[in-house]
Design a protein around this ligand. Structure first.
Ligand SMILES: Cc1ncc(COP(=O)(O)O)c(C=O)c1O
Length: 397
């Protein structure tokens, strides 16, 4: 590359480095689980989306292994050419049954589900109302669409109502929100959103990536948790978190909308099908969730224990019930240092700073799993106390 061109990018990298914000990847040499091996050392993992511990569950692995033997490795095609196996259709039906929706369409990721949704279903005549803290993939999906965009202040129902009231001229309206906000573990006020949507004749779309399999009756997500089953028109979700943790995503909801996505949604039409091993393993994960409530119960108990422990130590956390626990620090360098000290002590807990969270809201985001034992969590609390004192977040004793 031309030297002057290269220097443009190098300056940006230097700027990030000067701020102490360079993200480093730490390669893991083991399966994803409560304990992982990094640089030949076993450490406790507190930052995976492996909420139910299914990423390395024997039954899920066995389902994947069987699919590998009987259906092969790759599809080498998009769905509508020759990339649809019985396993794909079976998983789509399984998700619809699980979420109590009419129809489901699979994507390579939830990012794709979100970017393939809005531009397919909405046009210049329509309006989209989006929470300011929605996930990047919803934001990008809305950017690709020609509909008028309205951003309402985070979970502010008065602001949403005001915007909806003034947008009645549009042909269609849709409110789009995360079910659980991924940086905060905060559950969206879905009952109020559905009420407003009904009053002002709007559709509702919920990205439930961080709630499917975890929250609500039977693990049916934030929609079940908030008591709005049947009132949400479109649900997007990932197979990359509680549902086995590999990759893949979906949109589930009203049949005509899903049928239209299957005809026109660009990431669905122009990107390969998920491999058979994922289709089979994700279905097994959903079957396990439906038949084994103890996994979810253990996750919720572990979460309550760890939240209580952090608060007792004096950390400032965002309150709630979700296994995402943000420990607020507010300074990027101190947050990075805390993560480094924890790592040395055998705890993998990553620092989050701008642009992943707003400036001044730097944090360590912990994610609890059903795979964690009580001993793991006690050990983690001890290390958080030590690190908090050494970095100056907690007062020394
Ligand atoms: C709310 C939300 N939506 C979508 C995604 C993207 O999911 P996937 O990894 O399946 O693309 C994520 C993942 O971080 C997420 O947190």
């Amino acid at each position: 590359m031309h030297e002057e061109i290269t220097s443009v990018f190098l300056r940006q990298l230097e700027h990030i480095q000067e701020q102490g914000l360079k993200k480093e990847e730490r390669p893991i040499a083991s399966p994803q689980d409560a304990h992982i091996v990094v640089k030949d050392r076993e450490i406790l993992n507190l930052c995976a989306n492996n909420y139910l511990g299914l990423a390395n569950h024997p039954a899920v692995i066995e389902a994947a292994a069987q699919a590998l033997k009987t259906r092969g490795y790759g599809m080498a095609s998009v769905r509508f050419i020759c990339g649809t196996q019985d396993l794909h259709q079976s998983l789509e039906n399984c998700i619809s049954r699980f979420l109590e929706t009419e129809e489901t369409i699979l994507y390579s990721s939830c990012f794709d589900a979100n970017t393939g949704l809005f531009e397919t279903l909405f046009s210049e005549e329509d309006a989209i109302f989006s929470d300011t803290l929605n996930h990047a993939s919803i934001i990008d999906g809305i950017r690709l669409c020609k509909a008028k965009r309205y951003r309402y202040r985070h979970t502010d129902m008065d602001d949403l109502e005001c915007l909806l009231k003034n947008a009645q001229k549009h042909r269609l309206r849709i409110v789009a929100t995360d079910g659980v906000f991924s940086m905060d573990g905060e559950i969206a006020p879905l009952a109020e959103i559905c009420d407003l949507a009904e009053t002002y004749d709007a559709l509702v779309m919920v990205d439930d990536s961080h709630a499917t399999g975890i929250l609500g009756k039977g693990g049916r997500g934030s929609i079940a948790h908030c008591g709005v089953t049947g009132r949400v028109d479109l649900i997007t979700g990932t197979l990359g978190k509680a549902l086995g943790g590999a990759s893949g995503g979906f949109t589930s909801g009203r049949r005509p909308l899903i049928d239209l996505l299957r005809q026109r949604s660009r990431p669905y039409l122009f990107s390969n099908s998920i491999p058979p091993i994922i289709a089979a393993a994700a279905k097994k994960a959903i079957d396990l969730i439906a038949s084994a409530p103890e996994l979810r119960n253990r996750l919720l108990e572990n979460t309550a224990f760890f939240r209580k422990g952090l608060q007792a130590l004096g950390f400032i956390i965002k309150r709630g019930i979700h296994p995402i626990i943000p420990i607020l620090i507010g300074d990027p360098v101190q947050t990075q240092e805390m993560s480094r000290v924890l790592f040395k002590a055998g705890i993998y807990a990553v620092a989050f700073s701008y642009p992943v969270v707003p400036e001044g809201q730097d944090r360590i985001r912990v994610q609890i799993s059903a795979a964690h034992s009580r001993e793991d969590l006690k050990f983690a609390l001890q290390q958080f106390e030590n690190a908090g004192k050494s970095v100056g977040i907690l007062a020394p004793t």
